[in-house]
Design a protein around this ligand. Structure first.
Ligand SMILES: NC(=O)c1ccc[n+]([C@@H]2O[C@H](COP(=O)([O-])OP(=O)(O)OC[C@H]3O[C@@H](n4cnc5c(N)ncnc54)[C@H](O)[C@@H]3O)[C@@H](O)[C@H]2O)c1
Length: 363
């Protein structure tokens, strides 16, 4: 099989998808589009994509079976819905939508049309996801009690050419970084049942340092620091710090799973690979870490080079009968958790999260 892909949105993350998807024979990018036509033209020329044009051209192209939606967050629902209406399967960048109602509607609409919708983040499909999940399933550190995750900063105003949206509704650490951590935790621990959170704005104005933009100032419109307490359906309790306000820290920027007999340490989920370590309860005082033999596969990448695409492949394989791991249901559950962190902070309430299994039965 070689399934035709159409990419909408030829901006910052587009090259990472082109580098990643080029590694798989099962998919081929046949067309791209962008609201700024020159971006689609230049993207097609740079990566040898046969056709480019408007979104409407892309929807009308019968070779496009899966639309990959790489537009900004505020555009996700409109573009994904239009693609589904055109009879295309959809893979959308994170987050799937900005509201829970929109996300649930999209997933329901896709099911009604007999189409599949999937969503980033997909990094748990790489080696660390398979390796850590195997350790959990093999009960290597005993029953799990708790977990912690810390994602401090992505230095967006230092590196991004257009950092403004990161400090406006649709951006912020919860939507920008949160999906990696919550998807990873749900992959390893199962669904979240209960959420409480606290968020706040740190610096009210961000100073841009990106070359060409040095000296620009961005008023911050949304919380940039969040701390969450998540209780999973299994009873595991996780703490997560997701923030743009910590410039340096010696917290492990990893996920740790604490079992009654030891700890599993999982690498930063922005990437597909990295060592998974575990340490069993020691007899003495010293922790004794072992690196777990790596299982599964990750796209080839130069260190730290941004490569994306396994989630698109996951969707393509699901159309051939494979299990769909980066599903719309997962993305909707992750979004519900992220929104609940904010709502809990606003209201002071501890919020229950509807089980994704129960919701799937209503599709
Ligand atoms: N997975 C990752 O590692 C990763 C990294 C960066 C960004 N992202 C996500 O990818 C998405 C895009 O981010 P980006 O940094 O590439 O943004 P960007 O602003 O650089 O690019 C978005 C592109 O979409 C185009 N566009 C906007 N609205 C459109 C529409 N209605 N129809 C067609 N084209 C439209 C813009 O002209 C632009 O070229 C966001 O959802 C972001 O959260 C993911």
């Amino acid at each position: 099989m070689s399934i035709g892909i159409g990419i909408i949105g030829c901006g910052n993350v587009f090259p990472a998808y082109m580098r990643g998807l080029a590694q798989y024979d099962e998919v081929r990018v046949v067309r791209c589009s962008d609201i700024i036509p020159e971006r689609a033209r230049d993207g097609a020329a740079a990566y040898g994509i046969p056709r480019w044009g408007s979104n409407e051209d892309l929807f009308a192209d019968s070779d496009v079976e899966i639309v990959v939606n790489l537009t900004p967050v505020v555009e996700h629902v409109g573009v994904s819905r239009a693609a589904l209406e055109a009879g295309k399967h959809v893979y959308t960048e994170k987050v799937i939508a900005m509201t829970s109602a929109e996300a649930h509607d999209l997933v329901r609409f896709a099911a009604q049309q007999n189409l599949t919708i999937g969503s980033a983040t997909d990094t748990f499909l790489g080696t660390w996801g398979a390796t850590a999940k195997h350790l959990v399933e093999e009960n290597v550190v005993g029953d799990l009690v708790a977990a912690s995750a810390c994602f401090a900063h992505n230095r967006v105003e230092v590196r991004h050419p257009e950092p403004e949206p990161f400090f406006q509704p649709g951006g912020g650490p919860l939507f920008e970084l949160g999906p990696y951590f919550i998807s990873a935790l749900v992959h390893l621990l199962g669904p979240v049942a209960e959420v409480s959170g606290k968020t706040r704005i740190g610096a009210p104005v961000r100073e841009v340092k990106t070359p060409g933009r040095v000296g620009d100032r961005i008023p911050v419109e949304i919380p940039t620091h969040s701390t969450a307490l998540l209780t999973f359906e299994t009873g595991v309790i996780a703490t997560a710090v997701i923030t743009f306000d910590v410039w340096a820290s010696e917290f492990p920027h990893r996920i740790e799973l604490y079992g009654v007999d030891g700890t599993i340490s999982v690498p930063h989920p922005n990437w597909y690979d990295g060592d998974v370590k575990f340490a069993r309860r020691p007899d003495g005082w010293d922790d004794k870490w072992e690196i777990a033999p790596s299982i599964g596969s990750a796209p080839a990448a130069a260190p730290r080079e941004l490569v994306r695409g396994p989630g698109v492949l996951d969707l393509a394989r699901s159309l051939e009968g494979g299990r769909h791991q980066t599903s719309g249901q997962l993305a909707t559950h992750v979004l519900d958790v992220l929104l609940a962190i904010q709502e809990s902070s606003d209201t002071g309430d501890v919020l229950k999260i509807a089980s994704p299994a129960a919701q799937s039965q209503n599709l």
